[in-house]
Write a protein that binds this ligand. Structure first.
Ligand SMILES: Cc1cc2nc3c(=O)[nH]c(=O)nc-3n(C[C@H](O)[C@H](O)[C@H](O)COP(=O)(O)OP(=O)(O)OC[C@H]3O[C@@H](n4cnc5c(N)ncnc54)[C@H](O)[C@@H]3O)c2cc1C
Length: 449
């Protein structure tokens, strides 16, 4: 392939370019924003002001696409840890039993991560990353897409155009202009508002643990994440389903007190604030079913949030984008119809989508289809989390699924079922942990103002 154009220079566009650079003679990545040389927030990725966790699978694949990235990020202040030993994962108000899990994680701000990926991709031979280049629509000849037209009127021709323009992608409308059908859209209406503040981090905060990830419960549909990041800082995001956490410090701290466990409140009530706080609203998780389209133009692909934009609280978007970039590269090498790529992407998206949809549909205000399967899985998971509070092996298995290393079905294997059933009513001894009476949460189930 002589030339590929990628629309969008955020995480999925840049990783797509990295994958395509191994196949195409030239790759041009276009973004409507001016792309700064240094790591500063920009309009097109407003989410960079909020906590971004990088899952183990995402880190693994980014490293495959851009070898040495992890070390470069660490040289710039990111730091590593063990996802089971060092992180406080709290489901149903209960902390997953900590234990050495041999599952490496990397703590890095979204700004630094995207900035470093951009620096690496821009330096790849044949790749150009161009800011201030907003794509207005596609150019085509019959059923073949031949390039893009910019709002400036300039056209850029390409053998392959990849849409990585995010949740707000205009691809459904562009397809209509070319006479092709738009993909069906699945939505889970979550009405989730994030409020984020940055604090100074002291080494003894939270007994040195650098991560808290706290899921919403049916009783308290509020979630929170506190991630240590470079520059001795915490980024703390709290999210309300159907309700907006306030940004001013006193109200933020009071809201944190109402989360399903006390850890984040403990942190923000003592730490020194470093900013004024910022909001972000996510109305829905959205999945566009490109793989089900009967017809699709040649020379065109779609990846990243443009295909599926998840509830951000599960931290999956960048990792899914990384795996999709690998699939895109494999597909482009074989020069097959787009349907094959979309089927392969659908297989990548299925598991994280099921995790997100099922979990969110536990919550009372969330709108979507509550199938019998979802209800059954959720009843099982509640029991699973009760047992995983004491059983380190269940904790390990949960983390492998949450980090996209294993499929969700791994939690239903007989070995897990047995431990879960035992854990609900028994004393469970984890592989590495001490015996703890099961059924007694290490945190009170609910903390209210
Ligand atoms: C609040 C929030 C928190 C999140 N937290 C996490 C997390 O913890 N972990 C995680 O893995 N993921 C998280 N995500 C998701 C993650 O940010 C995205 O999955 C990731 O950025 C990949 O998205 P993308 O590159 O497909 O699209 P985006 O990041 O939305 O980027 C789209 C890009 O396309 C450009 N663009 C748009 N239209 C055009 C056009 N017409 N022409 C040219 N350029 C255009 C934009 O300027 C932008 O740069 C979060 C998302 C949000 C909103």
């Amino acid at each position: 392939m002589r030339h590929a154009v990628v629309i969008g220079a955020s995480v999925s566009g840049l990783l797509a370019a990295a994958a395509l650079s191994r196949i195409a003679e030239r790759v041009t990545v276009l973004d409507r924003d001016r792309l700064p040389g240094e790591d500063v927030h920009r309009r097109g990725t407003a989410q960079s002001r909020h906590a971004h966790g990088l899952l183990a699978r995402g880190l693994e694949v980014m490293e495959l696409l851009l070898p040495g990235l992890t070390v470069e990020l660490m040289e710039r202040g990111a730091f590593g840890g063990d996802l089971q030993a060092d992180c406080r994962w709290i489901n149903e108000g209960r902390r997953l039993a900590p234990a050495p899990g041999r599952m490496p994680g990397l703590l890095v701000s979204r700004l630094l991560l995207e900035g470093q990926i951009r620096r690496r991709v821009s330096a790849l031979p044949g790749v150009e990353v161009a800011g201030e280049s907003q794509v207005a629509d596609l150019t085509h000849s019959g059923d073949w897409v031949t390039g893009v037209r910019l709002v400036s009127g300039e056209t850029v021709s390409a053998g392959l155009v990849v849409d990585a323009s995010g949740r707000g992608s205009r691809m459904p409308a562009w397809l209509g202009q070319l006479g092709f059908p738009a993909p069906a859209e699945e939505r889970v209406e979550i009405d989730l508002t994030y409020t984020t503040r940055v604090f100074r981090r002291r080494p003894d905060d939270l007994a040195g643990d650098p991560v808290v990830i706290m899921a919403a419960t049916r009783a308290v549909p509020r979630a929170g994440v506190a991630l240590a990041m470079e520059g001795d800082r915490w980024i703390v995001t709290i999210g309300g389903y159907g309700d907006a956490p306030p940004a001013d410090l006193d109200s933020f701290v009071a809201y944190a007190r109402s989360l399903p466990a006390p850890d984040i409140h403990e942190l923000v009530s003592r730490a020194e604030p470093l900013d004024e706080g910022t909001h972000h609203r996510t109305p829905a998780s959205v999945r566009r079913r490109y793989e089900r389209l009967p017809r699709f133009p040649r020379g065109l692909a779609v990846v990243g949030d443009a295909v599926c934009a998840f509830n951000p609280i599960y931290g999956q978007g960048m990792s899914v984008a990384a795996v999709e970039a690998l699939r895109l590269g494999e597909w482009a090498r074989r020069d097959r119809p787009a349907r094959e790529l979309f089927r392969s992407i659908a297989r990548v998206v299925d598991a994280p989508w099921d995790i997100v949809a099922a979990n969110d549909l536990r919550l009372p205000g969330v709108r979507g289809r509550r199938t019998a399967k979802i209800k059954m899985v959720n009843a099982y998971l509640e029991r699973f989390h009760r047992a995983a509070e004491h059983d380190t092996e269940l904790g390990r298995r949960f983390l492998r699924v949450a980090n996209l290393l294993d499929p969700p079905s791994a939690l239903l294997r007989p070995a897990c079922l047995f431990r879960v059933l035992r854990g609900g009513s028994d004393v469970v001894r984890g592989d590495t942990g001490d015996a703890v009476p099961a059924g007694e949460p290490s945190y009170p189930a609910r903390h209210q103002n």
